[in-house]
Design a protein around this ligand. Structure first.
Ligand code: HEM
Length: 470
């Protein structure tokens, strides 16, 4: 077994024995265990605080306990949390069997099912990933560009001037349309009562319902289970009732070979032995893509606007650039990248190490859950001076570092939809900046809520539209 000895840019947090804080990877045989300090609150209180005030919760733990700590705020049996880029690198670059993903144990598992690329591990994960990759490469993304532009313009035209509203649901309307078009090759005009319309409304219902108290209970009850229970079961049944008829109809479609939507691509795809995907596998994959793809991108856009509208200089520079100024593309990209740094919509990701693992001065036993707090990593002072400030200009002429800007995770489990999500954010952000005069409804920042695996603005980024250009 190769031991990953990683050197970092600083020795911040070097342990008493002089172990560099950057050293991370499988521990050497016989190394004594040493656990990091733990958040000293009952589990129920940790869960409550993490879901209601996530930013404050993890920042406090980091301040009081250091860059590696233990918490019991969501994952069965608790998790060790780190925010060191070299610790992230050790997990992202390790052999997959040493670091299976914690999504297999998360509350999304009963919804997306056991065959989903998001929750599968080992050989099955690699197989599913290989099958899906072609749908997300550059050429495929170019095909979606026109749809994104059209859907965005249609949506913006509907907004009322002077009436406050939450931006997140409007962003969801755009990203749901985009993902439905990319996956099923259908547009918003599909017939009322069609399976596609049914699927759309079920997904909207599930998303809205997942912020309720009942859903929080369901999330906790479903944790660690393969089969859904409680309110989640009803939602999953409705999803199945919508998806299976779509798969069956597409299998019979006479133009299947000519279609370039993701469902048709997957229906034609063959595994290494020449086998086709079963209906069950297709169902899990399709639901995964819809759920992973639309809420994340929508809330990421909502967060970027939440930040922009509270930073008038950055907002002004973006509007100037897209309305004929210089460097429009660069400014739009920078506004988005900085939005995702400040408010990563997936704030934490986890693995379960199958061998003892070193994280700086600590050595964890095999079987430990290890999570990387993307949120805390993105707020390291040594990587980002004045980390709490929203400053898109940090990114002008600079590319994000592989393990220093990780809103899409990294390594063999890096987000499959990252290119699509970036394209969507660029197009929607630019169109909104070009055509709209937006204002925050209230000046104070929005808190973050935890929904399933995402961190969302508590009020959905409330705004007022002051004016719209044609
Ligand atoms: C701003 C938007 C998005 C963010 C912030 C985001 C974030 C992430 C992150 C952090 C992971 C890694 C999880 C881990 O390592 O445990 C991930 C995985 C994944 N994402 Fe995204 N995502 C976004 C949009 C999308 C879109 C648009 C799609 C597809 C339509 C998508 C599909 C997936 C899939 C399939 C995986 C699983 C990859 C694997 O395990 O091999 N995501 N995403």
């Amino acid at each position: 077994m190769v031991r990953a000895a990683l050197r970092s840019r600083s020795n911040e947090g070097a342990g008493a024995a002089g172990v560099p804080s950057s050293l991370a990877g499988p521990a050497q045989v016989g190394e004594p265990l040493k656990l990091p300090p733990a958040v000293a609150l009952p589990r129920s209180l940790q869960i409550l605080r993490f879901s209601k005030r996530q930013i404050e919760f993890v920042f406090r733990a980091r301040r009081e306990l250091g860059e590696v700590f233990q918490m019991r705020a969501g994952i069965v049996g608790g998790t060790v949390v780190s925010c060191h880029p070299d610790h992230a690198r050790s997990l992202f670059t390790a052999e997959p069997e040493l670091v299976p993903s914690l999504t297999a144990e998360s509350p999304v598992r009963p919804i997306v099912g056991p065959n989903s690329v998001l929750t599968a591990n080992g050989a099955q994960h690699l197989r599913q990933r290989r099958l899906l990759l072609p749908a997300f490469h550059g050429e495929a993304i170019d095909r979606y560009t026109q749809t994104i532009e059209e859907v965005t313009e249609r949506e913006i035209d509907r907004w009322h001037i002077g009436r406050p509203f939450a931006l997140a649901p409007r962003m969801q309307a755009i990203t749901l349309e985009v993902i439905m078009s990319a996956i099923f090759g259908v547009d918003g005009r599909s017939a009322p009562g069609s399976p596609e319309q049914h699927l759309r409304s079920t997904i909207k219902y599930l998303t809205a319902a997942s912020t309720s108290v009942l859903a929080k209970v369901g999330e906790i009850v479903n944790m660690g289970r393969a089969e859904p229970v409680g309110p989640v079961r009803t939602g999953v049944r409705q999803l199945d009732a919508a998806v299976y008829p779509i798969i069956a109809a597409r299998r019979r479609a006479s133009d299947l070979d000519e279609r370039d939507d993701i469902l048709s691509l997957l229906l034609r795809a063959r595994g290494e032995e020449g086998e086709l995907l079963s209906d069950c596998e297709l169902r899990d994959e399709l639901i995964t893509l819809v759920l992973a793809g639309f809420e994340t991108t929508a809330n990421s856009l909502a967060w970027t606007w939440e930040r922009l509208l509270r930073n008038p200089d950055a907002h002004e520079r973006l509007l100037d650039a897209v309305r004929g100024g210089r460097e429009a593309e660069e400014q739009v990209e920078a506004a988005s990248v900085e939005g995702m740094r400040c408010r990563p919509v997936v704030p934490i990701i986890g693995r379960r190490v199958t061998v003892p693992w070193r994280l700086g001065p600590y050595v964890l036993p095999a079987g430990s859950a290890v999570s990387i707090s993307i949120l805390l990593l993105h707020h390291r002072e040594d990587l980002y001076p004045e980390p709490s400030a929203y400053r898109p200009e940090r990114w002008l002429g600079r590319k994000p570092g592989t393990y220093e800007w990780i809103p899409f995770g990294g390594g063999t489990r890096r987000c499959l939809g990252a290119q699509l999500a970036m394209a969507e954010q660029r197009i929607v952000l630019a169109a909104m900046a070009r055509r709209l005069e937006l204002q925050a409804e209230r000046p104070e920042p929005e808190h973050a809520l935890h929904r399933n695996v995402t961190m969302i603005p508590a009020h959905g980024t409330r705004v007022v539209l002051r004016a719209r250009c044609v």
